[in-house]
Ligand binder design. Sequence first.
Ligand code: GLN
Length: 545
Amino acid sequence: MSKQTKYIFVTGGVLSSLGKGIAAASIGTLLKSSGLKISILKADPYINVDPGTMSPLEHGEVFVTDDGAETDLDLGHYERFLDESLSQDNNFTTGRVYSSVIEKERRGDYLGKTIQVIPHIVGEIVERIKRAGEGKDILIVEIGGTVGDIEGLPFLEAIRALRTEVGRKNAMTIHLTLVPYIKVAGELKTKPTQHSVGELRRIGISPDMIICRSEMALNRELKDKIALSCGVEKNCVIESADSQSIYQIPLSFLKQDILTPIAEILALNELKPDMATWDSLVKRIIAPTGETTIAFVGKYIDLKESYKSLTESIIHAGANLDTRVNLKWVDSEKVDSENVDEILKDVDGVLVAGGFGERGIEGKIMAIKYARENNVPYLGICLGMQLALIEFARNVLKLPNANSVEFEPNCENPIIYLIDSFIDAHGEKQIRTHKSPLGGTMRLGAYECELKPKSLLAGVYGGAKTATERHRHRFEANPKYKSDYEKSGLVISGTSSNLIEAIELKEHKFFLGVQFHPEFTSRLTKPNPTILGFIDASIKNAKSK
Ligand code: GLN
């Protein structure tokens, strides 16, 4: 029989957005660096089957895994912290749980039984948790939402039941709460923590450890008070005060000796993580030697959560290059031919991120034109590559009616077009697609890209022949214009079967467009080569000024 996986359940109290995902990922990082085999799972109580159809305005970024699952953005944190590639088994929602239970019911798998939340829904949740932990020493399970939410109840019941099943020493619960600072009283308040622990207890879960989010550090007395009132050991009250960088959090937990009680509770040998590389990278995030500024041109600049992986990947590249990368957020809807020079004149690089829909695209095209004409390093990601081709077609190939069929379905020069079936374009090769309920088909997940020898792109990947990166898009660059591009100095430097995956300009410091999303595979300890190459080019551009 295989070894029993141990579980660490992470729940949240008081309010959302406390950084449960980061806390879970931080603990995972320490455990992995101690030599344990770790995986991590996010169970989301909302009803959507997956976050693929959720607006970034509501839910932040949709993260994409290698196997093409569209997941909660916390999976991005997990991958970045743990340096592990996760899959669709690492995130599920109430919607997914109900869909599979209903499917089984329709198939007659339950042999005529009445299907109920307990045991069927809860049983399905338990099975999914177990599956995600197979073969691992420890599985960390983050329960989305806040204790007290109606839709969270089956999930809490599932972890309560699973803990009973696997026994003590094989499961523990960490509860993350808020300890607010009340200005007028000049005090940090513990009552919300006591209440939310009380709420957990009411449903049969006694947390083993409390992590307290607060604006400032908690003194010993306060920690002891929380320990006493919440019934946990004194060394099991850990603080998580606001910090300059999320990557400091594992180090802060380690300093508070979080691993000693975890090892005790789960009956593990002494845990001694090697965090030396991490520590030196964090020092470079906090106080780097160099500095560069890039323009981040997008339409959701007030909602930076929707570009989470990208902003994190820039932090990774900066840390590895010992440079602070300042982002100048540029709202693409406000860029026009009159002000573009003024907006971009002081930046060292221009970045146009991925996106959907027509809003703000002309401003992005204007910014790309500026970067191309002024020899400013440019990186275009997904939509950013598509728009770079449209800009080139309009202004260099002199095709004024160049556009994407996404914005102009019957356009005269469809530079970006729709492939009805990715399967046809790929011949025999199987392409994972996802038929969205809104009617479109998306190309999702990791694909190998062939890199043109000696190209800029091959150079950033250290001369490699191929690179594997993740995708999330519906439209493609139209190969009809290939020879026109090549005659005018635009190089197709990345291909995947017949699809155009990357473009670059010959006579330019650094002008690169990629159809894939390099940001999804970047980790603090392993920055993504495309992002690293772009930031490096921006640093060199800053120095040459
Ligand atoms: N909207 C474009 C497409 O669907 C680009 C998508 C993206 O940038 N992720 O192809």
